[in-house]
Design a protein around this ligand. Structure first.
Ligand SMILES: [Zn+2]
Length: 284
């Protein structure tokens, strides 16, 4: 194997600084998706194959356009546009040749749809371990990586010294197919997750920030761990003490969490939002 090839492989798997990771080539001759896109058969099957390979496995195979594939293109657009629900301006269900959706479909870090991990170092997924009848178990791989990274950070930097502290316990993410959920206002685009509140007895959930069982020190350490993750965007929690504290990441001071401006939705859980990584250059 020559050196150039070895370097290319290393760049693709490890994201070496200064070397762009491998792109996925997706040549299109015309727009694909919602009418009046021409939907030429070869283009349609190429887009469907790409979506399926990224984990959107409900997309029907074949070379004909259909409503489920159009919905999935809108879901994909809503993910890369950092929306909480599917649709809105710019999520039009159309892949234009060399447009931003086409560029994201070819991007090396294109969002993959997946089942959230059941457990990892420092975290557990209540959805998959205990609440198996609920189906808010899915999300984008960026979210899975954020949870895995935060769990490891929390374990090393807090739980190792406080072994009786609760792990980070994940509750709802998104439903499969990114469909509308009656349980939440957002939670459609696989880019957000709810965490159960840690308790001083080492369990999680069933309490509010005002309960005597609430383990604020553990919640603080979880939030600090989340802030260290590159795609973490914000945490919503009505803990006035933690909301008044800040953490400095990459020279930026941020509040540990953000309380609700009105209402008390986030009294009994931490809502975590992630953001997409830096996307492809326009007309890439
Ligand atoms: Zn939430």
């Amino acid at each position: 194997m020559n050196q150039l090839l070895l370097t290319a492989i290393a760049a693709a798997c490890c994201g070496l600084p200064g070397i762009a990771p491998a792109q996925h080539e997706l040549p299109l001759s015309a727009a694909v998706g919602a009418p009046p896109a021409p939907n030429r058969p070869a283009d349609v099957s190429a887009v469907k194959d790409r979506l399926r390979s990224l984990g959107y496995v409900w997309v029907p195979t074949g070379d004909q356009m259909d409503t489920l594939t159009i919905h999935t293109i809108r879901l994909f657009q809503s993910i890369v546009q950092n929306r909480e629900t599917v649709g809105g301006d710019g999520a039009d269900g159309v892949v234009n040749v060399n447009g931003p959706t086409h560029a994201w479909l070819q991007h090396a870090d294109s969002p993959k749809w997946r089942l959230m991990p059941a457990r990892g170092e420092g975290f557990e997924n209540y959805e998959l371990v205990e609440q198996v009848q609920d189906d808010h178990d899915h999300g984008v791989h960026w979210l899975a990586e954020t949870l895995i990274g935060a769990g490891a950070h929390y374990q090393t930097n807090y739980r190792a010294a406080h072994p009786r502290a609760a792990p980070i316990v994940v509750n709802d993410a998104s439903r499969d197919v990114g469909r509308d959920t009656p349980d939440h206002l957002g939670h459609e685009t696989g880019s957000m997750v709810d965490l159960r509140l840690p308790r001083t007895d080492g369990r999680a959930g069933g309490i509010t920030v005002d309960s005597p069982e609430y383990d604020r020190a553990a919640a603080r350490a979880m939030l600090v761990a989340l802030h260290q993750q590159p795609l973490f965007e914000r945490a919503r929690l009505n803990d006035r003490v933690l909301a008044a504290e800040t953490v400095t990441v990459a020279g930026q001071r941020r509040p540990l969490c953000i309380p609700d401006r009105q209402g008390r939705v986030h009294d009994n859980h931490i809502h975590v939002d992630i953001k997409p990584p830096r996307g492809p250059a326009p007309n890439e």
